[in-house]
Design a protein around this ligand. Structure first.
Ligand SMILES: [Ca+2]
Ligand SMILES: [Ca+2]
Length: 85
């Protein structure tokens, strides 16, 4: 491209790119960036469902093995049959 186009290219390129310059890559669930350009960032992105650190938790009544499994951090009951309370 010649000098004039090279000068204007950044703004032209931006207008041509509907994602606003976002280059889709695999979502990284902990960086605060919408890596895959899908509009949801980190834990809000379905790609991060179940990812470590995304606060996926079991509701009351669900089976659990540790307090940290439960939204309310209460995993109670006999061994092997614990449920979130
Ligand atoms: Ca991300
Ligand atoms: Ca995303």
């Amino acid at each position: 491209m010649d000098g004039a186009l090279a000068y204007y290219w950044p703004s032209v390129e931006q207008s041509l790119d509907p994602a606003g310059g976002c280059t889709p890559v695999d979502e990284v669930c902990t960086d605060g960036i919408d890596n895959d350009c899908a509009g949801q960032t980190d834990c809000a992105d379905p790609d991060c469902s179940g990812a470590p650190g995304c606060g996926v938790c079991s509701p009351v009544g669900a089976t659990c093995t540790a307090n940290s499994d439960c939204c309310l951090s209460k995993c109670r009951g006999p061994a092997g049959a614990k449920t979130c309370r």
